[in-house]
Write a protein that binds this ligand. Structure first.
Ligand SMILES: [Zn+2]
Length: 271
């Protein structure tokens, strides 16, 4: 197949060798001026094997060596997928392991395929690849289940906080130096979170309009950029009233926005 306009190539199940994997994904992006992606859905059994390898590696570095042979030959329990019956190619498994561990997949592929070049050994961001691989893309952008970094705060979005929750939060407010505006990385993250927040809150409303409204309508009366410019200040319910006074959903969604902004700001401060 040599069609130049394919932007996405999708593998259902990981191919047996990395050569086939690269060849399959290579069906997309024949036109080098276009952005193209190769997707691979990996069978749970293969993920389990890769995960087992990682755990085995971790325990090997702690346990005495004589234990390793027994674990290596043992068959994983409870795997019914046909891939578990035959051995998964080590290089294929290494690619899945890289995804689980958040290591650059392109670097691994370059090594296996002996691709040389000044940037072949560098992760996507440093190598300035036009589209990052699934490991290098910030995990909140990734549409695939990328592992969440340890210590990451998951902020509740749908629950509307009770008066008690808010009173508890208010009591903690003390006078402190004014926070600084978000750095670019955090601003991008906050923007994604606010879009998701808007989507979820609109869906939760029971008017027909809100279900079909463009997400940006949610910020009617203010706008998303204003929210982002002032995001670092949205750490009290009072500043939300002040900064977003004209926002049409201030009354209904202000408390939920407060909890979101408070959680995210705390997270950004810690990083
Ligand atoms: Zn990468």
């Amino acid at each position: 197949m040599n069609v130049r306009i394919i932007t996405d190539s999708i593998n259902l199940g990981i191919p047996d060798t990395i050569k086939v994997l690269v060849q399959q994904n290579g069906h997309a992006g024949r036109d080098l001026k276009m952005n193209a992606r190769g997707w691979t859905y990996v069978e749970p059994a293969v993920v389990a094997l890769a995960q087992e390898d990682i755990e085995e590696g971790a325990s090997q570095s702690q346990a005495p060596k004589k234990n390793t042979k027994a674990t290596k030959n043992s068959t994983p329990q409870g795997l019914t997928n046909s891939k578990s019956k035959h051995v998964v190619d080590e290089k294929v498994k290494a690619i899945v392991k890289a995804h689980i561990q958040g290591l650059c997949i392109i670097v691994k592929l370059n090594r296996f395929l002996r691709n040389v070049g000044d940037t072949a050994h560098l992760p996507c961001e440093v190598a300035k690849r036009r589209l990052p691989c699934s490991s290098c893309e910030p995990f909140w952008n990734a549409p695939y289940p990328a592992p969440m970094p340890p210590g990451y705060v998951v902020v509740p979005i749908l629950e509307t906080p009770t008066a008690n929750d808010l009173d508890n939060k208010r009591q903690k407010i003390t006078t402190a130096p004014l926070p600084t505006p978000l750095v670019k990385k955090h601003r991008l993250h906050a923007e994604e979170m606010l879009k998701y927040f808007a989507e979820q809150r609109l869906l939760a409303k029971d008017t027909a309009h809100s279900h079909y409204a463009p997400v940006l309508d949610f910020w009617c009366g203010v706008n998303l950029q204003v929210v982002l410019d002032n995001f670092h200040l949205l750490c009290t319910r009072e500043t939300i009233n002040l900064v977003l006074g004209n926002w049409i959903y201030l009354e209904k969604d202000g408390d939920a926005l407060f909890l979101l902004a408070e959680g995210l700001n705390a997270q950004y401060e810690a990083n």
